[in-house]
Write a protein that binds this ligand. Structure first.
Ligand code: BES
Ligand code: MN
Ligand code: ZN
Length: 507
């Protein structure tokens, strides 16, 4: 989708659709009035007939034949002055749906000129842009597996190609510039989200640890400020990452530790380090999962997908910051050589772990990555992981969970989540929970029992994150939607992390 900001009506309307707002109880917005007089009262007539009342989310597509008019005029209910952020999103989603079910190739939207309680025009354009691109997302990476693209799959191609924001009211060039920046940022963010969704949705026989390593390498080739290095199993063994390696033992796919270093600010500026859980398929290992919906465990690399998405957005915007993304990639399979419940392994930190359940593998790969990244002297570290089913029980699919050894960092993440409409919510990492990890045979077990399952997973990680300011995001509930037509990766928590990065690490 091509996004652009216009300060004037386009000269030609070829196959376009103009969107104008209808306010509460059918009040015409300025843009609606303008097109209404050009179209001999067409808009007023629609309101008069009761075809649209102005409620947020309502739409009515009008078709015209006059060459001087847009061939389509989409009336969109936008409510009154107190339209909320949520209603604005509903409005945007409704217009995208209406436009996409038409044959329009190009949209000229005037919606951002209208008010949303407490928000400026930049916010309105940013939000509209995100909704437009998110709704237009189609997963196509599998279309060509084993066959040529067929006429049928070609038909499904998107007709809508361009979305223009018409900001005619503004004479101030500063404001126009600010709006353009907001749209550019939304576009880059949506690219990051789409990458995260694509990686999440890819089949697990395609998206292996090696595939993720290649993805990183190809990004490294595209962007000069991005340096990529990948540790293979032999290198990891040599330095003592036995916990991470215990997870990939049962798989034919070798584990990879993928490191991406973006240097966009002074070398002396400490980087933000993101660590992603990249289990490209989680069978549970010898502690095998039940069969139902096991296919969804291809999403167990959505933490990794999220940090890839953040890196993509960051390099695209050429941000003035230092960012390191590390992905611990492995596949958790049962096999003759797989880890057994009861195995004891040494972590890179020197602490030993009794693997009581091979299905608690995320923490086993993350703990070694958390030790490894000390070398980057991080300003802050955030690990991102689909870590526990218990997190879905606690917070559902609405918010991710944040746990931290630094309350300020946790607060900043909660705030960023609110601002980006990608919410996270704190769970406590009190010492009281730590004893659930006690083991008779090693420094700790890798599970803490049924009670407070997400917290004991966080407690486990906290033991490897003592040397820096750290937060853990459990995204098990928000990274994908299950079942039905909407099944697939969501791209979360890329918006949350980008908001945090921009606010606290960009100078
Ligand atoms: N990847 C899963 C967590 C998960 C489960 C995410 C369902 C999304 C949906 C993780 O590796 C896992 O299996 N965790 C176990 C931990 C338990 C063995 C302590 C779990 O949540 O059951
Ligand atoms: Mn597991
Ligand atoms: Zn897992």
């Amino acid at each position: 989708m091509q996004l652009a900001v216009l300060s004037q009506q386009p000269k030609r309307w070829t196959n376009a659709c103009l969107i104008v707002g209808i306010g509460a109880s059918g009040a015409l917005t300025q843009a609606a009035k303008t097109i209404d007089s050009a179209a001999n009262g067409l808009v007023r007539q629609a309101v008069k007939q009761g075809d649209i009342s102005g409620k947020p989310g309502e739409t009515l597509m009008l078709v015209t034949t006059d060459k001087n008019l847009p061939p389509r005029i989409l009336l969109a209910g936008i409510g009154g002055d107190s339209t909320s952020e949520k209603e604005h999103r509903t409005i945007c989603q409704a217009v995208v749906r209406a436009v996409r079910s038409s044959g329009a190739e190009r949209v000229v939207s005037t919606l951002a000129a209208e008010t949303v309680a407490g928000n400026d025009i930049e916010w309105r354009c940013h939000t509209e842009a995100l909704e437009v691109v998110e709704a237009a997302y189609r997963f196509t990476a599998h279309d060509t597996i084993g066959k040529k693209v067929t006429a049928k799959s070609a038909q499904k191609k998107e007709t809508l190609k361009a979305w223009d924001f018409l900001i005619s009211g503004t004479k101030k060039t500063a404001q126009l510039k600010a709006v353009k920046l907001a749209v550019t940022q939304a576009e880059a963010l949506s690219h990051g989200c789409s990458l995260a969704r694509d990686l999440g949705n890819l089949a697990p026989n395609i998206c292996t640890p090696d595939y993720l390593a290649k993805q990183a390498r190809s990004m490294g080739k595209d962007f000069k400020k991005l340096k990529v290095s990948v540790l293979d199993e032999a290198q990891m063994k040599k330095i003592g990452m036995h916990s991470l390696l215990s997870v990939s033992r049962g798989s034919r796919q070798p584990a990879k530790l993928i490191c991406m270093e973006y240097n966009g600010a002074a070398k002396s500026k400490k980087p933000l380090v993101l660590v992603g859980k990249g289990i490209t398929f989680d069978t549970g290992g010898i502690s095998l999962k039940p069969g139902a919906a096991m296919d969804e465990m291809k999403y167990d690399m959505c933490g990794a997908a999220g940090v890839f998405g953040v890196m993509q957005t960051c390099v695209e915007l050429d941000l003035n910051c230092n960012l390191v993304c590390v992905v611990a990639a492995a596949e958790n399979m049962p096999d003759g050589d797989a880890s057994r419940p009861g195995d004891v392994v040494a972590t890179l930190s020197g602490q030993t772990v009794e693997i009581l359940n091979t299905d608690a593998e995320g923490r086993l790969v993350l703990c070694d990555a958390l030790t490894y990244i000390k070398k980057y002297k991080p300003a802050a570290v955030i690990d991102v992981a689909t870590l526990t089913g218990a997190c879905i029980i606690a917070l559902g699919h609405v918010a991710s969970a944040v746990m931290a050894n630094d309350d300020t960092l946790a607060d900043h993440l909660v705030e960023a989540g609110m601002a980006a409409n990608d919410r996270t919510w704190p769970l406590p990492l009190w010492d009281d929970y730590q004893s659930q990890l006690d083991s008779n045979f090693a420094d700790m077990g890798n599970i803490g029992g049924r009670a407070a399952g997400s917290i004991t997973a966080g407690c486990f990680l906290s033991r490897f994150a003592k040397d820096y300011s750290w937060a853990h995001l459990d995204i098990a509930g928000v990274a994908w939607r299950s079942g039905g037509k909407a099944k697939g990766a969501t791209g979360r928590p890329v918006p949350l992390l980008m908001e945090y990065l921009q606010k606290h690490h960009v100078s």
